[in-house]
Design a protein around this ligand. Structure first.
Ligand SMILES: Cc1ncc(COP(=O)(O)O)c(C=O)c1O
Length: 377
């Protein structure tokens, strides 16, 4: 594809060193919960600006561990409907009841006022998801709202490695945060996840939960209903090398985003604007095409005529309309429903060139014009 939706980049020099370290692990037999996992955790805690980081098997397990550690069983958790399936699913797996909140059109994050309206004496936590890598500038209000209600704010930071708001990194705003290293994320470990927290109790609980609920590594006393949520050493090695690349990957993504910002106005496409103080890692570049554009047809035309792949939406449909969660009736959370139905995500990767980005803008302009002609004909 001339411009694929995403491109996973593990530079050759890193691949050589990763393989050498994996070979050492294979020779020594130290394949899980070893020095690489510990080093990955230390380095990640620095990136997230927290006292602790706990490496786990996925972003999904990071979320479930957090919800189990804070104890949501039998209580409610306010979750934005505009998120990935795993966010509300993790609440339910941990025994909680999900209350879906509306979406703020300025940031695609949780609508603060609606979240506030959903809080009651059964509420155990509120979740904010940094959609596309953007930290909502209203996060201070969320922090205050949660503090007033005596409940924790939890970050689903699966999209937001290295993103900041006024210099403060994603992962350091709530009691705990969950990150994902799934291959399409800004950095990957193959599969993997990380919990960041400055809370000593959450740190201890998370380490127990990720290793079958055992009180200690060598203990056979299971004190919590944990699981095998460990991260293997080979995954940790890949993650460590990717983490070193994070600043350079983000800079490359921000450079591409600037080209899109400049180019889109002339073709009638409105980018999600960056609030003052926000620095996104541009996991996704979110934009809104003119009203009435058929997204499926537009994506097909871009792919087939221009060899450009738009990346997956965040999200194609809000969680409250997913059959597994109820679903609530269409029209219940109309802002999220409309944003989810209409927005597009332009391709971004650490290895895209400026020419690629210019080609995407040009192709999008042409595809939109062709779509209009096709509709009018
Ligand atoms: C917002 C969000 N939360 C959670 C997850 C789950 O992460 P993982 O795929 O590593 O389990 C993802 C991953 O796609 C995500 O985008």
């Amino acid at each position: 594809m001339r411009v694929p939706p995403a491109k996973i980049h593990i530079p050759e020099e890193d691949r050589r060193e990763i393989l050498a370290h994996i070979d050492e692990c294979l020779a020594s037999g130290q394949l899980t919960l070893g020095k690489h996992g510990a080093a990955f955790e230390d380095a990640f805690a620095q990136t997230a600006g927290t006292k602790h980081a706990i490496a786990v098997s996925s972003g999904t397990s990071a979320l479930e561990i957090i919800f189990r550690a804070i104890g949501v069983e039998g209580g409610e958790v306010v979750v934005p409907t505009n998120t990935f399936f795993a966010t509300p699913a993790a609440v339910q797996h941990a025994g909680g009841i999900v209350r879906f909140a509306e979406c703020d059109p300025a940031t695609y994050a949780i609508d603060v006022d609606h979240a506030r309206a959903l809080i009651n004496d059964r509420t155990r936590a509120v979740v904010v998801v940094h959609i596309g890598g953007l930290i909502t500038p209203r996060i201070g209000e969320l922090q205050k709202m949660c503090a007033d209600a005596g409940i924790p704010l939890i970050e689903d930071a699966a999209h937001a490695h290295g993103s900041t708001l006024n210099g403060k990194p994603a992962g350091s705003f709530g009691l705990a945060a969950a990150f994902s290293f799934y291959p399409t994320k800004v950095i990957t470990s193959g599969e993997g996840g990380m919990i960041s927290t400055s809370d000593d109790r959450i740190n201890e609980e998370a380490r127990i939960y990720r290793d079958q609920g055992k009180a200690g590594f060598t203990s056979n006393f299971h004190t919590r209903l944990g699981n095998n949520w460990r991260l293997s050493e080979p995954h940790a090695i890949i993650g460590r090398y990717q983490l070193k690349r994070l600043p350079e990957f983000i800079a490359a993504r921000q450079r591409i985003a600037k080209i899109y910002d400049r180019g889109l106005a002339s073709i009638g496409v409105t980018p999600l604007s960056m609030p003052a103080g926000a620095s996104s890692n541009y996991y996704k570049y979110i934009a809104m095409p003119p009203v009435g554009v058929d997204r499926i047809a537009l994506k097909k035309r871009l792919r087939e005529t221009f060899d450009v792949g738009l990346s997956g939406e965040v999200y194609e449909a809000p969680c409250h309309l997913q059959p597994v969660f109820g679903p609530l009736e269409a029209g219940t959370l109309p802002v999220a429903e409309e944003l989810c139905a209409r927005h597009i995500c332009l391709p971004v990767s650490a290895v895209m060139t400026d020419d690629d980005a210019a080609y995407v803008v040009d192709s999008l302009g042409k595809a939109l014009a062709e779509e209009r002609v096709a509709v009018e004909a």
